[in-house]
Design a binder for this molecule. Sequence first.
Ligand SMILES: Nc1ncnc2c1ncn2[C@@H]1O[C@H](COP(=O)(O)OP(=O)(O)OP(=O)(O)O)[C@@H](O)[C@H]1O
Length: 720
Amino acid sequence: MRPARLNPLFTPVRTLKGVGPRIEGLLDKLLAPKALVPKAGSRNVPGETRVGGHARLIDVLWHLPVGLIDRAHTPSIASSPLGQIVTLTVRVAEHRPGGPRKGRKAPYRILVEDETSALDLVYFKADRRYLERLLPVGETRVISGRLESYDGRLQMTHPDHVAPVEGGPGVPDIEPVYPLTAGLSNTSLRKAVQGALNALPDLPEWIDGAFVAKNDWGSFAESLKDLHAPRSEDDLLPANPARQRLAYDELLANQLALAILRQSLKRRAGRSITAEGRLRKAIVDALPFALTSAQVRSLAEIDADMADPLHMLRLLQGDVGSGKTIVALLAMATAVEAGHQAAFMAPTELLARQHSETIARFAAPAALRIRLLTGRERGKERLAILEALKAGEIDILIGTHALFQEAIAFRDLGLAVIDEQHRFGVHQRLALQAKGTGAGAELLVMTATPIPRTLLLTSYGDLDVSRLDEKPPGRKPVLTRTIPSERLDEVVDGIARAVDGGAQVYWVCPLVGESEVLDLAAAEERFAHLRSRFGDRVGLVHGQLSGKEKDAVMARFADGDLAILVSTTVIEVGVDVPNASVMIIEHAERFGLAQLHQLRGRVGRGTAQSSCLLLYKAPLGETARERLNVMRETEDGFVIAEEDLRLRGGGEVLGTRQSGLPGFRIAQLPEHQELLAAARDEARLCLSHLPHLEGERGERLRLLLYLFERDDAVKLMRAG
Ligand SMILES: Nc1ncnc2c1ncn2[C@@H]1O[C@H](COP(=O)(O)OP(=O)(O)OP(=O)(O)O)[C@@H](O)[C@H]1O
C-alpha cells in the first residue's frame, strides 16, 4: 500500500482551495490520468481510446510551465511599448460604467494615469461594485497586462494583475505560462499549482547522496518548486538542474521497476530446455531458402538461454522483413521436441491468423500440432481447443495478446513468444506473464521496430537482445519517391502500367482524425475511385470489417486475385505478401517515421524490384519534410529509429506529456540519455544490494516507486 505521507498528492484537485466544480472539470479534462482501453468495436485494430478520471495534485505538479511572461516594471505609460505585457504604477482617475451603445452594451472603462500619460482599463463583463473596490478613484495601483491602442486611445483589456503598491501579494516579476485548455486561465492553473506545491510533504532523499552532491541538485520538493518558478527561458530547457534531477528520479523509478520485473521473472525456477534438433532439422531441410547468418546467430543465443536453468527473457529485434517468424518457429520446435508446449501471441487477429498459416506451412514436415485460438473460435470449437491444450494434444498455440490474458491452461508451456511488432511497453505484458499464464515459461519477445538502445532501456529495461540485422539475400532496395498529391492522376497511370505488368499494389489511406469513421470515409472514397478504373481487381480492407471479412479480402490479395489493396493503416503491422511490390501512402506527411518504415516494409519482401510512393500534401512543415527525406535516404531501420527519436524528442513542447518518451512526464531523450544510463546502473546496484528493497534506503526507493506510480513493481517484489 502507498505510504500515508504520499496520500495528499494523490487526492483529487477539488481538495485544493479555490478549485470549485468548474475548475475541477477543466483540470480533469487537461490532466486526469488516462486509462487505456481498446477502441470500442474494433477489437482487432491496434489502438486505444482514452477515458479520463479525476486529476490529482500530483498531476498538477507534473504539469510544468512551457514559457514565461516577464512582468518587469516599465518606467512610465509613455515609454511602454504597444502590444507588449507591461507593468505600471498608476493612479485611478475615473470610472465610466458602460452604458447601452448602439444596441450593445459598451464596456466598463476605468481611466488611469501617471505623470506621462493616461490609459483606459477595459472590462467587458463588469461587476461595478467589485471594480470600485479593486480600483478606487484616487488610489494608486500596480497593474499588469497587454498594452493596446484602440480608436487612438491607449488601453488595457482585463488586466492580468491589479495589486496595491504595498502590502498583499504584488505582481510577480516573472510568471510561468502553462499549457491550458479552453476555459481555464493561466491564473487559475497557477493557483492550483501553488496549492499543490504547498501540499508537498517533506520526503527523504532516495538518490545516492554523493550523486546529488556531484550534480549539485536540490531536493525533490525544491526542484519541483524551481521548475514551477522559472526565472529565464533557460530554466525551461532539459539542461536545467532541477529538471535533470526530476528526470533522473523518473528514470530511476522506471529502471528500478523494470529491474524488479526482470528479477522476479528470472528468479522463478526456469528449466533447462534442450533438444537434439530432430524437429528443427525437418523444418530447416524443407525450407525453400537458407537461414541468414543473423537468423542462425539469434537462434544460437536463444538456444543457449533455453538450455540455461535460469529463465529466458530475450528480445528478438529484427527490422521489417528480416525473418523473425521462422526464428520463432524453430525456437518453438526445440521446446516441443523437449516435451513442452509453445505459445505464440500476435498483436492483432489478422496477424495471428497469418502467422498461424505461415507457421503451419513451414512446420508441416515436422508434423507439429498447431492450433489457432482467437476471439473468433467460440463455443464447442473453443472448448475442444482448450481441452486439447490441457491434455497436451496441441504443440503450438497461436493467438492474440488479449487471448493470453484469460486463464488458459496448458499442460506444460515451455516457451511463450510475444510478437510486439512496433508497439512499445512490453512491461505490462511481462508483468502479466509473471503472475499468470505461463509463469514457468521461457519468454521471447519479438519486435519489428529497431528500437534505439536508449529507448530500449526505458521500455524494456536490461533485456537480453538478439538482433536480426541482416535481410535475406536477393532483396533489392525499395525505390522510394515523394510526390505531391496534385499529381495523383500520374500516380494512378503509373499503377495501371505496373498492374498490367503483373504487380500487386498496397494503397494506404491516412489517418484523418481521431475517428476511424473518418478514416474509413477517405479509404472508401479512394476505393471507389480506383474501382472505377480497375474494376473488381481492387479490394478494400479496414478495421471496421469483421475478422472473417478481413481474411477474405486478404486471402484474395495473397492469392493474386486482387491487384490493388486499399486499406486504412490496419495493414501496417506484419502483413506478408511477398509478391506485392508497390506501396502507395497517401498523406505520408501525417505518419510518423516508424509507421512509414513499417508500411514500406510490406514491399521489398520478394525478389522483384519494389517501389514506395509517398504522396504528400504541400506545404510541408519542417519536421514532415525531414521525415520524408529520411525515408528517401535510407532503409536502415536503426538509422530511421534514431532519426525518429531525434525528430520527436527535440521538437516537442517542453514538459508536456508528448515529450519524446511514451509514458514519461519529464524525462526526454536524447537530452537525458546520460541520466538514463546512470539510472540503469544505479537500479542494478540497488537491487544487487537490496533485492527486496529492504532497510532504510530500500524504504526510500519504494517511496520513489510509489511517487511515480510504479505500485505494480512494489507489489511484484513483495510477491517474489
Ligand atoms: N533466410 C531467409 N531467406 C529468404 N527468405 C526468408 C528468410 N527468412 C525469412 N524469409 C522470408 O522473408 C519474409 C519475411 O519474413 P517474416 O514475415 O518472418 O519477417 P518479419 O521479420 O516478421 O518481418 P515483419 O516484421 O516486417 O513482418 C517471409 O516471406 C519469409 O518467408
